[in-house]
Design a protein around this ligand. Sequence first.
Ligand SMILES: Nc1nc2c(ncn2[C@@H]2O[C@H](COP(=O)(O)OP(=O)(O)OP(=O)(O)O)[C@@H](O)[C@H]2O)c(=O)[nH]1
Length: 549
Amino acid sequence: MFKSSFPLWQPLALMVVLLTLLMVVLTQVFESQLRQQHRERLLQLAQLGAGLVHHAVQAGSEPTPGLLTRLLEGSQARLQILDDSGRVLLDSRRDGSVATQPVSVVPPEVSQALAGGIGYDLRSEANVGRVYFLALSLPLIDRVRVIRIAEPEAVLTGWLMTLRFWALLIWMLGLFIVLGVWRWLRLTLEMGRRDAAASQEVQVVARTRDLAMLQRLGSLMSACTTVGSACKVMEPIAEQLLPGARGSIALIRSSRGLELVTQWGGSWPGAIRFGAEECWALLKGNTHLSRDEGVEIQCDHQTQPGSQLCIPLLAQGEALGVFSLMFTDEGQMLAARSVAESMAEQVGLALANIRLRDNLKEQAIRDPLSGLFNRRHMMEFLESQLALSQRRQEPLSILMLDIDHFKNFNDSFGHDAGDFVILRVAKELTELVRKSDLVCRYGGEEMVVICPGTDLAGALDLANKLVVSVAALEFSHNGQDLGRVTLSAGVSCSHGDPISMEALMKAADEALYRAKRCGRNRVEAPEGAVPPPLRLSTPTLPAQTKEPG
Ligand SMILES: Nc1nc2c(ncn2[C@@H]2O[C@H](COP(=O)(O)OP(=O)(O)OP(=O)(O)O)[C@@H](O)[C@H]2O)c(=O)[nH]1
């Protein structure tokens, strides 16, 4: 249940108090105005009365009661004309003169008028209640007259009641409006809060779902052993996490720059291959938005205009590639940024793991000096290939190659130069054999090539090609001319017959031994094998090995 945290009753109470105060003040102002008007009206009546007296005196007579009655028509006031001793000479309520008896007590308003021209008083009168009195002195040539007006306060009270009634009505109307506004405000705020809570809940649900998917992506990717499987895992999750976006991943391929390894959400509107300098994310080392804070800077590998987001795939600070997304509008791109960055982080970590695993695997099976496969891997490979060739009844050949007089070479030029020669010969062998062949360093200056699917004739051909090619190489290291080296090669072959790995190796080793014995720089097959061994016409060592300069 939604509970308001905002104390809405406080502004309501404040508004009611303010409204009440306003009404009280306004009523007071209007009341004082009414009283003022009432007094002015009585004063006007008194002045009119004074005018009547004045005219009558000028005409040598006194005003008649009839005149006074006409003057007071429509009002409840009573008008009296008094002499300076307070005796009533004329009264609008009485017909004819009334001034018979002298007055014992002069009313206060009359005393005030005689003293200062005008006087007021408010007092209770028998049978009438509170009466308002106003007296005005009228000095004539030989005497003074006082015009006195009396009016029951009930007249004014009636007006005040009417005023208070209207004030109360307006106050109640105001209160009704205030309550209405308060209720409307409360409902609006509650609705706003409910909407905010609902949209927050939707966001939390979406975020939780995204986090769960990112976690799932992370755990699946950590189990991937190849870039291909990592891409397969990522594509469906990317389509769910970043709906409506087209995406791609390009990885850095050492010398060739970057190459697209996967794309999703439709065909990628960007280059398949590009240089690292064409991507702002790789240049900056962090996320790049094609349009950021109103500034449009597009990556060069982007071939179509649009809202593109590029995030470098980093592992231990090293860039592995770039994760790119293309959106139909900028708002979508900005909203997807944080999820895309989390995804790129997971992908970068997974790719770094795959690379690390590949490196470790490579290190375990490679010889560190020559980069060739090591002896252990060679034996495993030979074992599996031999079993396969026997099952398929296919040939398999082994070439055992040894650099001639390598001890002399080392002695003459040093071990560094010897290492260099081993490395260069390894490269030459690797370049000349088929992709299905395996070149290994068997030990020291001895190398083995395993050729699945190659018969003896083919193996001899290949061995000859290798021996001739190496003999043609001219070595120079650290500015020193090293001359040339030659190889001796022994070849053995299985034609699918049940020969053991050791026997095959031994046969190649014996053939190599024979090649050494027969003068080196040559290829020998096992004894009795056809075709016969070849004698090569390339120069022999160490006669052609140059002495260190
Ligand atoms: N520089 C260098 N020399 C090596 C390496 N492995 C083995 N050698 C050297 O290769 C030489 C092999 O000598 P030997 O087995 O007598 O053979 P060889 O001198 O080549 O003579 P033949 O094989 O009979 O032609 C030794 O002096 C080893 O020290 C290596 O990794 N680097």
